[in-house]
Write a protein that binds this ligand. Sequence first.
Ligand code: HEC
Length: 158
Amino acid sequence: MNLLRDLQRLILLTLGLWLAAFIYVIVDDADVKWHKTPTPIADSGVIVGGDKDDDFDKIVNGIHVQTGLVYDEGFDIVRATCTACHSAKLVTQNRATKEGWRQMIRWMQETQGLWDLGEKEPLILNYLSTHYAPEASGRRQNLDLAAIKWYILDVNEK
Ligand code: HEC
């Protein structure tokens, strides 16, 4: 029954690979960067690479590089407030209307210990609903059936 055992091994191996891929994706999503932060140590003992302080305020094409947040009015408050507990990725990955963002904030306040944002809240909501609004629907237009020139496919045609 060697064949059966080989087959079992193969299945286990496949499952293992899937599990590894799955874990990799989850870990990646959770923004755990341990596997991505190269901190090579030069001979001098100086750390090269890794977190560069000069990147802290770098803006490229209107995007604040370090956080990935759009650099516009309200950015400073949002960076200060919304990256205190988690990565800014959670913000930039989400899209919602102003009401939707308000609900997310309420949810964090009720369940995650987010404090009262006071007079900053309208500024934050403006920023979020301006730059992270629900995307315009990506659906294509309906086909105009009448405008299509139908033809019969002749497989014998030279
Ligand atoms: C007091 C800590 C704290 C602060 C400050 C905070 N959050 Fe959160 N937030 C959380 C926690 C905890 C979660 C859940 C994280 C998870 O699921 O991994 C979360 C999740 C989220 C999510 C994902 C919600 C979902 O449905 O998956 C978004 C979006 C978000 N936060 C946006 C913001 C914004 C915008 C701000 C700034 C106004 C902010 N957060 C400030 C604690 C905080």
